[in-house]
Design a protein around this ligand. Structure first.
Ligand code: HEM
Length: 417
């Protein structure tokens, strides 16, 4: 593999396009983004097997996310030839294409209206004490281990438990959900799809069974709400219910895990900032906003397609072409953030785009914020002397599209009795 230099990125050519899911990109995309914002704000790239235009300036990213000429559902606008280049998807997975993140208005609005009540700041605030005791419980178990992996042992189980509890997924099934959602986020190559298939089939069948059970015997959970959902006389089809459960499950933990783990790494990389946070726990809210801006748990927004031909920064975009808006690059745009490469936990104002923008703005933002504020808060409160258990350059990033996160974050601490 050719090493990824700034020159190679800037000269990314048809036939030899840079892949933004590759581990050489994921390890540190920020120097590339800085050059792109300056010299090539719209770049042709690969994202796994797909090709598209990477948008890197803050104002362009906002325009793309707010412009109704960009659509989510490619089937409405792309030519047959363009569609045939997309990875093959077996028919039993077609139900998942009905998830709201892949829909446009008015269908998107209808689906979002049905679930947004469960995620309002007021509803989420009611979970604060519970999330704190969950965090304390998980971390208590790690106190006696001199070494642990923050990703597998804390950053993942916390949001996974919370979203499974909200949905009403029984405890014994949660590790299956977690394995599957990690696989679901791998680049959609044919090989990955084949590997994923049997487990996905089992999972979808299982969700259908759970929804049917809740329809008969309601409980106080989201599965029940979805199986009985009605808004303005509208109901959710069974496929839409399954797609919603899968979306909430994946979006509900595959992102927050990266905020907690990359956030902790950023704090370890900046000991003076960590010391300030320990001394000023009341600064946690602003700190988490800055960690969202700086770490970018979701690196790029999901796919958008040009419904008509247009030009961005002088680059012609043809109808049906894929456009990838980089939230991570926008969040380091020097025209919007003074000293964007500096981690400043007190930064205000901080109009970062980590949760996106426009109609698909993250539904779970209040929950994600609370999980990170509590999770990181309890972590630094309980572990006074945390440090990396491996050399910094041995850390590895997952090569996934859209999200950006560490494979593992081995930490050590002095056991206090
Ligand atoms: C740090 C954690 C999180 C980050 C950074 C994040 C980021 C994002 C972003 C950038 C989008 C928009 C994607 C686009 O426009 O293409 C999004 C959408 C979404 N997020 Fe989150 N998210 C996080 C946590 C959560 C959680 C905890 C949930 C829980 C339910 C959630 C549920 C959703 C849903 C359902 C959507 C789709 C909304 C729609 O299509 O209207 N997210 N998220």
């Amino acid at each position: 593999m050719t090493a990824l230099s700034v020159e190679r990125v800037l000269s990314s050519q048809p036939g030899n396009l840079v892949d933004i899911t590759g581990s050489d990109w994921k390890a540190d995309p920020f120097p590339f983004y800085a050059q792109l914002r300056q010299h090539k704000p719209v770049l042709r790239v690969r994202m796994g097997r797909m090709e598209g235009w990477l948008i890197t300036r803050y104002d362009d990213v906002v325009s793309v996310l707010r412009d109704p000429r960009f659509v989510k559902d490619v089937r409405k606008i792309a030519a047959a030839a363009e569609l045939s280049r997309r990875p093959w998807v077996p028919s039993f997975l077609h139900a998942l294409e009905q998830n709201m993140l892949d829909q446009d208005a008015p269908n998107h609005t209808r689906l979002r209206t049905l679930v947004h009540k469960a995620f309002t700041p007021t509803r989420i605030e009611q979970l604060r004490t519970h999330i704190r005791s969950l965090s304390e419980g998980i971390l208590h178990g790690l106190k006696q281990k001199p070494k642990f992996d923050l990703v597998a042992d804390f950053a993942l189980p916390l949001p996974l438990t919370v979203i499974c509890e909200l949905l009403g997924i029984p405890e014994q099934e949660r590790s299956l959900f977690q394995r599957l959602s990690q696989q679901a986020l791998l680049p959609p190559t044919t090989l990955n799809m084949v590997r994923l298939m049997p487990a996905m089939w089992r999972l979808i069948r299982y969700i259908r069974r759970l929804l049917a059970l809740r329809k008969q015997s309601p409980q106080d959970d989201l599965l029940t709400a979805l199986s009985h959902a009605e808004a303005a006389g509208d109901t959710l089809s069974e496929d839409e219910q399954v797609a919603m459960v899968m979306l909430l499950l994946i979006a509900g933990h595959e992102t927050t895990v990266n905020l907690i783990s990359s956030g902790m790494l950023a704090l370890l990389d900046h000991p003076e900032q960590l010391a300030w946070l320990r001394a000023h726990p009341e600064g946690m809210k602003t700190a988490v906003e800055e960690l969202l801006r700086y770490c970018n748990p979701v690196e790029t927004a999901t796919e958008r397609y040009a419904a008509e031909a247009m030009t961005i920064q002088g680059q012609p975009i043809r109808q049906g072409e894929l456009v990838i808006a980089s939230l991570a690059s926008a969040n380091r745009d020097e025209t919007h953030f003074p000293n964007p490469e500096v981690l400043d936990l007190k930064r205000e104002p901080n109009r970062h785009l980590a949760f996106g923008q426009g109609s698909h703005f993250c539904l779970g933002a209040p929950l994600a914020r609370m999980e990170a504020q509590i999770g990181l808060g309890v972590l630094i409160e309980r572990f006074a002397a945390l440090r990396l258990a491996v050399p910094r350059d041995k850390l590895r990033w997952r090569n996934t599209p859209v999200v950006r996160g560490l494979k593992a974050l081995p930490l050590m601490h002095a056991i206090t009795r």
